[in-house]
Structure formats: C-alpha cells, structure tokens
Design a protein around this ligand. Sequence first.
Ligand code: HEM
Length: 408
Amino acid sequence: MSTTSNMQAYNLLTTEARANPYPIYANLRKDDPVHWSELLHVWILTRYDDVLAALRDPALSSDRLKQYAAHQLHGLDLNIVSDYLRVANRMMIIKDVPLHTRLRRMTSESFTKSALDVWRPIVQKVMDRLLDQIQGAERMDLVSDFAQPLPALVIAEMFGIAEEDRDSFQRWSDDISKFWGGSFGNIEEDGRRANEAMVRLEQHFLNIIHLRRENPGDDLMSHLIVNQERGLVDAEELTAQCVLILVAGHVTTIDQISNGLYALLTHPEEMQKLREQPEVINSAVEEILRFDSSVPFIHRVAKEDIVIRGRRIAKGQVVFLGLAAANRDPEQFAEPDRFDITRQPNKHVAFAVGPHLCLGAELARRELALGVAALCNRFPKLRFTNEPPERRYDSLMFRGFKSMPLAF
Ligand code: HEM
C-alpha cells in the first residue's frame, strides 16, 4: 500500500473512525500490526500478544512526560505547561521501576479489596442520592445526571473534599485529562488550562493535607499521610499522587459507565439477561470493559532501539498500545465483536497489565457493578429517546459520550 493510501485506510481521526474505530483496528491487526502512523507520528500496536508483551517490556518506558507533552504541543513552548510538568513528573504513572515501585507502594494498600469494602456504603449512598434525583424526573441524561458526577463524588468522599469545592475539582480534573488525552481542539489553549488546573489542584490538595495532618480522620488522605510520614515519599510526591488518583479515576470511569450502558441498550437481549440473572453482574462488567474500553490507547516511549515483528522502533519514538484493539483480537477472544455478558474466559487488558496495572481497577469495577445494576433495577423500561446519544470526539486516548438522553 502506498504511504498516502495507507494514511487514509488507517486514519483514526476521521469522524467515521472516531464513531467506530473497530473496523480500522481489525484491519491493522490483520495487515499491519506494528503500524507507523505518518499522521500521528507514533507507532501503533493492535495485537493482543504484542500489547501484552509491550506492557511488560522494560525497553518501553513510562517515563515519557516531557517528550509526550512536546509531541502534544507540536513545537509550541513547553513553558506553557511548566507547572503541569512539574507536578505530573512526580506521578507514578510516568515512572519506571524502581521509583515507580516506591510511589505505588505508598498508595496500593488503600485500594485493595478489603480496604475498599469500607467505602462500599459510601459508594452506595452517593449512587442512591443521584438515582433518587433522577427518579423524580421524566428522563435523564445518563452522562450529566449519573456517569459524570458519580466517580468525582466517590473520590471526593474518599478524600474528604468539601461539598463546595467539588465542582471545581471536577472541572480541573477535566482540564488535565483533556491535555493528557491528546485533544484535537486548540492545543495551546488546552495546555494553558491544564497548567492552571494543575496549580489549583496542587494548592487545594496541599490545604487538605495540612488540615488532615492537624486533624487526622479515617479518610483516604489520612491513610496516605501516615504512609508519607513513614518516609515512603516526600510531601510533594504525596500531593502529586493525590492529583493522579483524582484525575486517573475521573474521565475513565465516566466514559466506561456510558459505554457500558450504550452496549447494553444496543443489545437488549443482554440487558434482559442481566435483569433475569442479576448474579452475572461481575461478568457483565468485565465484558463492558472489554467490548468498548474507555481507554483505547496508552502510550510508551522506546528507551532504546527495539524490534517488534521485524519493524524497528527507534529510541525516543512514541508507541501507542492499543488496549481496545487487543480486546477485540480474535486470537484471544472467540467472536470478539459479539457483546456477551457471560463471556468466559475474558482476560481483557482494559486496565493494562504489568507494573502500571490500574491502581483503581477494583474501585472502578465496583462503581460499574453497583451503577449498572442499580440502573437496570430501578428503571426496567430504560430506553433511548428520539434524541440520539452523542459521542465525545476530543481524544484518541479516551472514548466515551458527551450526552445520552434516556427515557424510563
Ligand atoms: C473504568 C475505569 C478505568 C479504566 C478503564 C482505567 C484504566 C487504566 C489504565 C489503562 C491504566 C494504565 C495507564 C498506563 O500505564 O499508562 C491505569 C492506571 C492508573 N489508574 Fe486507572 N482506570 C480506571 C479507573 C481508575 C480509578 C477509579 C482510579 C482511582 C481512583 C484509577 C487510578 C489509576 C492510577 C493511579 C493509575 C496509575 C497506576 C500506576 O502507574 O502504577 N483508575 N488505569
């Protein structure tokens, strides 16, 4: 294939591809699984085995912040995002071992299954409050009335963020995600907003840390402070991990709830199955994560020249790992384009694997399980309206909906 026709065939940026990228993933997986995108100037991996190996390959580094930001800004001055870089540079998500291990250890015990059991009533309470408000109306927008507020409210409860600050926390988190996700809008404007949001979030978390140090409680922040005081990390590293936890758990969960409901509503037989057999909810959540992953790509940078399937990836080049493409690989999943809430086995990579396996995976699974089950139970006639759902097209890294009007 010539370079131009190759660019067109595999162009993930067209409106059609953004609405449904799966046919392009399938072609890439079959014909060009280690693909150089002339358009994006990145390598794209789409096969399950390659993505899995890349996630565990120490030659593909997570320490990619400056390079990725420069890539995002297309030659604009990096100083636009200097504060963003200063804080983000301390986050575990962009560190390799051994620094990553130390930062992760500080937070991991707060996200284990047993630690999260403590938060279950809080998640339920937040959810019930949102659903009570919806039930009083005639219709809802699934995104703005439920998916959007839920994860932010849960994290706000866990961190003990004051009610009056919660809208600002959500907004700052959105601004940071937009830049991280590689927005298609005005990147200079997005960079400036992300930088400003980072400064504000850092300041607010510093205030909360100060208050909790004086007056410890039983919240997530108080636990993290104990670890910090044990000398695992310094105060600036603690603040950076708090920002990361807020941001990493926000857009991802909003989008996954919306993608999940969309999959169920467009597969009414599966929705019906879930209503008749509520005990399959956990397996339904795994299928929701596999079928339409809210994080279709993550990225790494080659620390040295490497060869994958005969293609040479040069030191310094950016590699996109196609998690969503891997999740539809027929070599790994029988009938991968079929949405089957009882699928077994289902070893999807929606949360990645390896050292950076999503820290909040268990929390996200619980929010999805409780949320999807509650929506199915409370609204037995849940359906689309004549106003169609609208996809969000502002990023290749995140996939979700802008709005989803539903009647019930
Ligand atoms: C459905 C929702 C979610 C999805 C699909 C998702 C997906 C991911 C993925 C793919 C990664 C790996 C990123 C990389 O290596 O570049 C990741 C990492 C991470 N996620 Fe999630 N995530 C979700 C929800 C959450 C939640 C709720 C939280 C926290 C409350 C969270 C916190 C994190 C953190 C802190 C990391 C970095 C871990 C590390 O670097 O060791 N995520 N997530």
